[in-house]
Design a protein. Sequence first.
Length: 180
Amino acid sequence: MKYIDSTIKKYIKDLGAKIPAPGGGSVAAFSAAFAASLLKMACLFTLGKEKYKKSEPRIRKIYARLSVLSERAAFLADEDIRAYRSKDMDKAISVPVEVALLSFELVNLALEVLKNGNKNLSSDALLAGLLADDSFIAALNYAEINLSTLGKNRNKFSAAVSRLNSINKQMRVMRKKLRG
């Protein structure tokens, strides 16, 4: 089943059921998708406004990138579910690693939209940044937990998880900007 094509009601019901997936990894991915979509909305309410004419070229580029990120994040939610249901531990690590990287990019874009976007949508851009930050933290946590279950095969993903921990240092600075 592809949750991206089902109802939110079905996803929420299954999330609260005694089944291994969907779980937190897909929630992190969907949260990133929600963050990207909120930022897209903020961009759309910025474009065409005289007050934001100077930032319009950059906002257009951000909007285009957000379109890609929102679709990818939603796809990764289903990929996370498939990984757990099929017990594919490689994917159970590679998917949250990608969600974390995507979320890091979203936090950067949220900060940019907060700075240069329509101020009437600053609460939406802020929420997007917070969701993306939480998605990053959750995805990093899932990648680390899943990595610990691999034993000898963990070398394949150790560098990626180490990179995320390094990125997390940058995220702390960005987190302070978001959370005040």
